[in-house]
Design a protein around this ligand. Sequence first.
Ligand code: PNS
Length: 171
Amino acid sequence: MIVAVYPGSFDPVTLGHTDIIQRAARVFDQVIVALLENPNKKPLFTRQERLSMLSEATRELPNVSVESFRGLLVDYLRSRGVKVVVKGLRAVSDFEFELQQALTNRRLDPEIETFFMMSDSAHAFLSSSLIKEIVRFGGSVHDFVPHGVEEQLKRRLIEIGADAFGETISG
Ligand code: PNS
C-alpha cells in the first residue's frame, strides 16, 4: 500500500490543486493532503478555514484525507510513516524551487521520494496568489476554485476591508 502526501499552503485551494489531488488519488492507494501551518506567513484564511475548504473539495474522494502540520515536511512524513511526496508542476518557472525542495528533503531524509505531476494545461496558470488578486480587484474566479471558495474569498474581502486585503496578498 503506497501512501502519498501532497503538501501545500492552500490559501485557498484551487482547481489546480484539486486536479493534482484527483489524479494522485488514482495512482496512489491513499493521499494525505497536508496543509502547512507556517507561523512566518500571514495567510488570508485560518488553518481551520483552509482545512474545511480542502475537506469539502475532496469529499467525494474516499482515499483522500486532509491534515495540517507544523515544522519540517520530513518530520511530518516520518510521524505518519510516509515516504512519498507528490507535487504539481505548472511551468518551467516552478522547476527550480521544486528541485531545491525535493533535493533538500531527500538530503534530510534519504528515504523520501518526491513525485511530480504535470498540471493540466487548463490550470497551468493558476496560483492562490493570483486568485486573491483577481478577487481583490473585483474579478470572478468562479472557474478557478472549487465550489464555495469564491464566496468565502469575497466574504473575507468584505470582512477585512479591501486595503487590508491588498496587504495580505501572498503565497
Ligand atoms: O503551497 P506552497 O506554499 O507552495 O507549499 C510549500 C510547502 C508547504 C510544500 C513547503 O514550504 C514545505 O514543505 N514546507 C515545510 C517546511 C520544510 O520542510 N522546509 C524544508 C524543505 S523544503
